[in-house]
Design a protein around this ligand. Structure first.
Ligand code: PNS
Length: 163
């Protein structure tokens, strides 16, 4: 059985992430979406909120599981008994960081490989950061994130305004 981890911050999950999840879940037997619990990154959504949104948008896939993690990705991969780490590559600008991360992970944990899927062209420009910026300025995020995520973004932005 081929088990893979698709790790990330998912702050919040976008259609680009969902595309990688859908495509990689067809390649592997079991896909664990690892949600980084790292407050140093100052996420907009708590890890519990990010996990909840991911569970909602991946509900139709029976081989996808959403699991939060902290610490080293390679330790999480070993704990979950995953042989593969999956990452999406949008553009050449992603490459340097992803190469460094995959080589580091390879050094830290022999036996765990990283596999890259190129992002589908319609999502190559998309990032959680730009989605948050659009939402912060009251823009429409419906073409970038699933409806449930759009609602949570709007709720979060309203709460920030009231604060
Ligand atoms: O969605 P992101 O923010 O690009 O995901 C980055 C992530 C979570 C994959 C990366 O930050 C990570 O693996 N963090 C865990 C810490 C770790 O293992 N660091 C060493 C590898 S370079």
């Amino acid at each position: 059985m081929l088990k893979a981890i698709y790790p990330g911050s998912f702050d919040p999950v976008t259609f680009g992430h969902l595309d990688i999840m859908k495509r990689s879940s067809k390649i592997v037997d079991r896909l664990i979406v690892g949600v980084l619990n790292n407050n140093a990154k100052m996420p907009l959504f708590s890890v519990a909120e990010r996990v909840k949104m991911l569970k909602e948008v991946s509900a139709g896939f029976d081989n996808i599981e959403i699991v939060p993690f902290d610490g080293l990705l390679i330790d999480f991969a070993k704990k979950m008994e995953a042989e593969l780490i999956i990452r999406g590559l949008r553009a050449i600008t992603d490459f340097e960081y992803e190469l460094q991360m995959s080589q580091t992970n390879h050094k830290l944990g022999s036996g765990v490989e990283t596999m890259f899927l190129t992002t589908s062209i319609e999502y190559s420009y998309l990032s959680s950061t730009t989605v948050k910026e659009i939402a912060a300025f009251g823009g429409d995020t419906s073409q970038f994130v699933p409806e449930a995520v759009k609602r949570e973004l709007e709720k979060k932005m309203r709460a920030k305004e009231a604060y």
